[in-house]
Design a protein around this ligand. Sequence first.
Ligand SMILES: [Zn+2]
Length: 140
Amino acid sequence: MTDACIQIDSRQAPRIRWPENRSSALSELVEEKLSARQIAAILGVTRNAVIGRCYRAGLQLQGRPTGNPGVRKRPPVQRQIPVVERPDSLNITFADLSTGQCKYAVTESPPHLFCGHQTAGGSSYCAYHYRLCYRPEDRR
Ligand SMILES: [Zn+2]
């Protein structure tokens, strides 16, 4: 390990106490509505140190919202699902089904008959039966 890549465990790092004069300067600068970056440059500390100190001291930095920034409501995405008319089944037996024909069983009990219309979107079903079998939420 070289000197350049010494890792500091934050739990073991000593807590740096802010000198009293810096704390009062910080609150004055915050009252002057300077940004964390500007305050950091003046005090000679990092921007994160300023943000952390302000958070612990209960000081409200300019431009930082008080609410929880992690929670943002997005409007729900409205999916447009094309409405497909139900085709009249061609009533094809399994033995007569060929590639590209809808394999949706249209009968309740064996021997089954199948839809037989042209498949859509690389599935085993026509557009109507594909839409019937797969909800849009399944395609995530
Ligand atoms: Zn079908």
